[in-house]
Ligand binder design. Structure first.
Ligand code: UD1
Ligand code: MG
Length: 452
């Protein structure tokens, strides 16, 4: 085992979330709370952290077992008890990092600074603290000079201690041997009748050990998610952080307060994001693209210089210099090559549209391969579903689909072929041919003056 080990406490129920989901499985900026903590821990070089699980253990296991070692805490007897469960796994560890699964705003640089201070000073424990205006509910950090002498929990603190604004964030670094020794001596003699991890500091003081505090300059990092209101608060903080990051990388975000960008989104320089836009999942956008307003992209790729406006898209690939929207809906499996236009009120699903083709108005294109430089007239649709199965449609290069055509799949329209407006095409159309399927027009003169 590595010298540095992380223990993430995540066995609590999260009662105040009032949810079917275990608390750490709630999402924040496109990742679960536990993933945020795992990512932070991984970035300080810890490959397989230990995660203490209890409530919702199977769900959490299915979600993170690839990247973490799960340790069961069958009864939740307190944070001290949670860490006790990890003791058998600390063989050979020198430094133990303890974190909470519900603190997703902790930054990598803060965690690294905590570890550096702890290891540099060679103390028994170092507590990550923050100074906050409203410390209610948190453990208060009582100091003697620069050394921590006690952490008083809200319910156990004296009124004088409750005035203290420096709080325990719930993230710590311990010398493994000191942690083991102190945990063996903690009790449940406190207001909540639990094994408090914070009692370890009383024990360490008695043993004559030194405990330091590292106070983070960003007090937002202390925010623990216990309620939906705190989840929304964290989302707003994370959203600001992400927007600030991308703006510093050369992305124009016209209105950061109405722009939501998930953690794993990748943006290139000189992109413009217009208001009320959501970029989700693993969306990746290339240079000079203009996205929004009111656009929602989930796991999409957008090529250089494309414009995507008032659009909803999921699992879609948009090539370079495309024009999408307003009011387009691109569903999973959509692949658009360069210079494709998808206009207003158009839905595309599981289809590949090649370079320079246009679907400008009011169409549904599903399970279709559209070649290059094809024009699909207004209101044309593919009839890909016969009630039992989905069928494919193929449209060759330079074909022209007249307005309001119905292409009844499976069907093929050849290169340079034309379908007449209003035709229902049920048979393949050869290359270069015209297919018209509609009744001849009837003219009845003087119809307006008719008598009954
Ligand atoms: C804890 C600290 C408090 C600190 C605060 C920061 C203690 C006694 N107090 O209080 O000083 O200011 O965090 O947010 O540690 N958990 C388990 N098993 C248990 C109990 C808890 O895994 O038996 C997990 C929870 O799922 C959670 C974390 O430990 O992820 C913290 O527990 P919580 O009950 O939220 O502690 P706080 O009362 O917030
Ligand atoms: Mg808490």
């Amino acid at each position: 085992m590595h010298n540095l080990v992380a223990v993430i406490m995540a066995a609590g129920k999260g009662t105040r979330m009032k949810s079917k989901l275990p608390k750490v499985m709630h999402s924040l900026a496109g990742k679960t709370l536990i993933e945020h903590v795992l990512d932070t821990v991984t970035q300080v070089g810890i490959e397989r952290p230990l995660v203490i699980v209890g409530h919702g253990r199977e769900e959490i296991k299915a979600h993170i077992s690839q990247r973490a070692e799960l340790v069961a805490q069958t009864e939740q007897l307190g944070t001290g008890h949670a860490v006790m469960q990890a003791l058998p796994y600390l063989e050979g560890a020198q430094t133990v990092l303890v974190l909470s699964g519900d603190q997703p705003l902790l930054k990598v640089e803060t965690l690294q600074a905590l570890i550096n201070l702890h290891e540099g000073e060679g103390v028994s424990a170092t507590v990550l603290t923050a100074t906050i205006v409203q410390p209610f509910g948190y453990g208060r950090v009582i100091k003697n000079g620069i050394l921590v002498s006690k952490i008083a929990e809200e319910k156990d603190a004296t009124s004088e201690q409750r005035q203290i604004k420096e709080i325990n964030t719930g993230t710590y670094c311990f010398k493994a041997s000191a942690l083991k020794e102190a945990l063996a001596q903690i009790t449940t003699q406190n207001a909540q009748g639990e094994y408090y991890l914070t009692e370890v500091f009383d024990v360490l003081l008695k043993l004559g050990e030194k405990v330091l505090a590292y106070c983070t300059p960003d007090s937002n990092e202390a925010l623990g998610i216990n309620s939906r209101a705190q989840l929304a608060e964290a989302e707003a903080i994370m959203r600001d952080r992400i927007a600030d990051h991308w703006m510093s990388e050369g992305v124009t975000i016209v209105d950061p307060s109405s722009t939501f960008i998930d953690m794993e989104v990748e943006l290139a320089q000189d992109i413009t994001i217009l208001p009320f836009t959501r970029l989700m999942g693993k969306t990746k956008i290339a240079e000079d693209a203009v996205i929004g307003p009111q656009t929602s992209l989930e796991n999409c790729v957008v090529g250089c210089g494309s414009e995507v406006t008032y659009t909803v898209a999921k699992d879609a690939v948009i090539g370079e210099r495309c024009h999408i929207g307003p009011f387009a809906y691109l569903r999973p499996g959509t692949k658009l090559d360069a210079e494709v236009k998808v206009g207003d009120f158009v839905e595309i699903k599981n289809s590949w549209i090649e370079k320079g083709s246009k679907v400008p108005h009011l169409s549904y294109i599903g399970d279709t391969h559209v070649g290059k430089s094809v024009n699909i007239g207004a209101g044309s649709i593919t009839c890909n579903y016969d009630g039992i199965k989905k069928h494919p449609t193929k449209i060759g290069d330079h074909a022209f689909i007249g307005s309001n055509s119905n292409l009844v799949a499976p069907v093929e329209v050849g290169e340079f072929a034309i379908t007449g407006a209003g035709s229902t095409i049920t048979k393949n159309v050869p290359a270069n041919a015209l297919a018209v399927e509609r009744s001849p027009q009837i003219i009845k003169e003087h119809w307006h003056q008719r008598k009954d």
